[in-house]
Design a protein around this ligand. Structure first.
Ligand SMILES: [Zn+2]
Ligand SMILES: [Zn+2]
Ligand SMILES: [Zn+2]
Ligand SMILES: [Zn+2]
Length: 451
């Protein structure tokens, strides 16, 4: 039963996300989802909620294998390193940093969300990054209210990347997902520490290790590259001293022979080291969040399931764990509005408590706010900085994700009530490959009021 359910959800993911590559029939099916939903059983909820747009929920599963989340399979995923859609023209400069502490941002999640109506959005992925420091997130809370011409200093950032069907990086045919798929072109070298950002700085000794920042170079040096680097340099030197046209005397010939052996050995060592460096030093940092595959399901399916039996067998988080978050969040509330808002939020989330993401890209879609306070007004959502057009809600990230990331429930630990992503309604083109969109973070009220 469990397997069937999982198989189903996998089918759905492929159905929802990648069919646009296949044929028009399925696209149409996709388009009809809203109508099916509206006719059904959302009558009961209507007193509390305005009209509901159909929402797609994101759930997490351990990746099937090491290949299943690579970029040419167009994954939706959390943690680990980003599967950059455009693997060459990555965000650079200040975009990659927390504006508050200046540290490189950490990869939170990515959502593959193509828009079938336009060729330019045939492939489309949104990437969310944040600073793991709660102090920065609390500062960010005040910054996000700033309106142009003031520019807010953010510790959470989201980027939109899109590609037409015909592009230099991927086949125009859908991936077979049988292990034979390959990207068409290579990507740029990534930072050996975080595996996230472009590694455009090179270790000056070995010239093999790449870094996004001096900070990450220092971290890598301290945690093992110091030794690794010496070995790499040593093997390079043996290459240099290798006499190419041997000596004449026996001893010199002997020396020559020895150096050839040493050179051969070190060449082998060199390769292994380089390989090691590339293979696992790419994620040398132990602080990156654990990697999961995101599986999608329609929220409407949970309406019918839940009415029959509450037994949900594929729970990854224990019920008690979820209840604890709920309680700790609830205890933070002050006003009645927040309590009321929380009650309806909890009721809706309760249908599928393990959801970590709610997706609904539509001009009329609204996020499901856990609290009434700390919500942006329309004017707080800035216009698209590339086309000047309006932005609309696209998805929200729930704090349940922190359970999967093993973030502790301490005072200083990272926490949020909801992270809401707004993107250009037109999903416009721009000269830059990764377009920064807008993100709003709602915290539970007492946390924000801490001076
Ligand atoms: Zn920071
Ligand atoms: Zn880095
Ligand atoms: Zn080095
Ligand atoms: Zn735009």
């Amino acid at each position: 039963m469990e397997n069937i359910a999982k198989g189903d959800s996998l089918q759905k993911l492929k159905g929802l996300k990648i069919t646009s590559l296949d044929d028009d029939d399925e696209e149409q099916e996709q388009d009809t989802i809203p109508d099916e939903y509206d006719d059904d059983d959302d009558d009961d909820d209507e007193e509390e909620e305005e009209e509901q747009e159909p929402v797609t929920l994101g759930f997490l599963e351990k990746p099937k294998n090491s290949r299943s989340l690579l970029r040419h399979l167009f994954p939706s995923k959390t943690g680990g390193t980003p599967a950059w859609l455009d693997p060459v023209n990555l965000p650079s400069g200040r975009s990659c940093l927390c504006d508050i502490c200046g540290e490189p941002l950490q990869f939170l999640l990515q959502v593959y969300a193509p828009i079938s109506e336009k060729d330019s959005t045939f492939h489309r992925t949104l990437f969310v990054f944040m600073c793991p420091s709660m102090r920065c997130l609390l500062r960010d809370q005040h910054e996000q209210w700033k309106r142009p011409p003031e520019s807010p200093s953010r510790s959470v950032k989201v980027f939109r990347c899109q590609l037409p069907r015909s592009n230099p990086f991927y086949s125009s045919e859908p991936p077979k997902s049988d292990g034979t798929d390959k990207p068409s072109g290579p990507g740029v070298a990534l930072c050996n520490w975080c595996g996230t950002w472009k590694g455009d700085k090179v270790c000056s000794s070995c010239r093999r290790a790449h870094y996004c920042s001096q900070k990450h170079q220092v971290m890598h040096w301290r945690t093992g590259h110091k030794i690794e680097c010496q070995q790499l340099c040593l093997s390079d030197q043996s290459f240099d001293t290798n006499p190419s046209n041997g000596g004449t005397s026996a001893t010199e010939r002997q020396k020559g022979y020895l150096s050839v052996v040493v050179a051969k050995m070190s060449s082998y060592m060199n390769q292994t080291l380089t390989y090691k460096l590339l293979a696992y030093a790419l994620v040398a940092s132990k602080s990156i969040w654990p990697e999961y595959e995101m599986i999608n399901e329609d929220e409407s399916e949970y309406d019918t399931e839940m009415s029959e039996d509450n037994g949900d067998t594929n729970t990854l988080i224990s019920k008690t764990g979820t209840d604890d978050t709920m309680k700790s969040l609830l205890s933070n509330f002050e006003g009645d509005d927040d309590r009321k808002s929380w009650a309806s939020f909890q009721e809706r989330i309760g249908k599928a408590p393990e959801q970590i993401l709610r997706y609904c890209r539509s001009t009329s879609a609204k996020p499901l706010w856990p609290m009434s306070s700390g919500r942006p007004s329309k004017a707080d959502i800035p216009k698209c900085s590339y086309c000047g057009g309006p932005r609309c809600f696209e998805f929200q990230i729930l704090p349940q994700l922190l359970y999967y990331f093993d973030v502790k429930n301490d005072v200083d630990s990272l926490d949020w009530a909801s992270i809401v992503v707004y993107t250009c309604e037109d999903s416009c083109e721009a000269s830059v490959s990764y377009k920064e969109e807008f993100v709003w973070v709602q915290q539970s009220s007492t946390i924000v009021n801490v001076p």
